[in-house]
Write a protein that binds this ligand. Structure first.
Ligand SMILES: [Zn+2]
Length: 288
């Protein structure tokens, strides 16, 4: 047995990503007595301000937005039972192509080695058995998500002997179809949900929009974790991020539909020293 508690570390880009992508596993593993650590890389200052004011609009005060989102993040962590919240406090880079990409202190403009060195310190401190982050496209192309992926993978190289299992969040194509159907039903679209850069464009003949190139064919998903029992906590964690308009779609669904749609969290396993058979239903399979 290890001389420390089994530990899950999730590395996310912005306040609220912990809830959408990994709220279920954070809540479930906390309930199972596993120590949970959330690393949030940016301050989220390019998010919506109070009253839904968008970045670049009059009255959008990035410092006030960052402060509000920090409060929301702390509330979300309480809901999910996160034991340790670590903030890297890089500047939110905004969507791809925004001026904020190149602003001083932006996460996207930070050398990967610098961010990785800071994250490596946290790997040394917490010695997580399992680390979760995004794939190389940051799941949907957001620069801060891509950068979170890059610093995480680089930090794991700097601290090679600690973490037994590494995962990237993903969505099986079957779930993406249900997700887009629910979006239509609840009157939102992908642009509104994800920002304009990743949206499905109308087909060349003006036909049905194509789905954005995200997620994986079902057979490539390695790890399916049932978190339905924690759907209420995941919903409440998202509700804690009420200032962010993109979350309203989820909340509009109500708890039950939300849990039905978002109650299985899926991952692709990219590193493993345990030999646990695939597909698996537990991030900690082979570790306990
Ligand atoms: Zn994000």
């Amino acid at each position: 047995m290890a001389d420390r508690p089994l530990t899950l570390m999730a590395v996310h880009a912005h306040p609220d990503d912990e809830a959408t992508g990994t709220g279920g596993v954070l809540a479930r593993y906390a309930a199972e007595g596993i120590r949970t650590v959330l690393v949030t890389c940016t301050d989220g200052a390019c998010g919506d301000g109070p009253g839904g004011v968008k970045p670049g609009e009059e009255g959008h005060d990035p410092a006030a937005v960052a402060a509000l989102r920090r409060t929301e993040l702390e509330a979300s962590c309480r809901v999910l039972g996160v034991d340790h919240l670590e903030l890297l406090e890089y500047g939110d880079s905004g969507m791809m192509g925004w001026a904020a990409n190149d602003a001083p202190g932006s996460f996207w403009g930070t050398p990967v080695a610098e961010g990785a060195a800071r994250l490596a310190e946290l790997l040394h401190r917490y010695r997580p058995d399992v680390v979760v982050t995004y794939d190389e496209n940051g799941f949907y192309g957001h620069p801060d998500h891509i950068q979170a992926h890059r610093i995480t993978m680089a930090a794991l190289e700097l601290v090679p002997d600690v973490t037994s299992k590494v995962y990237w969040t993903t969505a099986p194509h079957s779930a993406m179809k249900r997700f887009f159907a629910a979006m239509q039903e609840f009157g939102t679209d992908w642009d509104e949900q994800a920002g304009e850069s990743a949206g499905p464009d109308a087909g060349p003949d003006g036909g049905a929009p194509e789905l954005p190139p995200i997620g994986l064919p079902d057979e490539e998903v390695t790890t399916w974790v049932d978190t339905h029992a924690f759907g209420g906590q995941k919903y409440d964690a998202l509700a804690a991020h009420a200032s962010q308009g993109e979350n309203i779609f989820f909340l509009r669904m109500g708890r039950e539909r939300f849990t039905e749609l978002m109650g299985t969290e899926t991952f692709v396993r990219v590193r493993d020293t345990t030999g646990a058979a695939l597909p698996e239903q537990d991030l900690f399979a082979g570790l306990r």
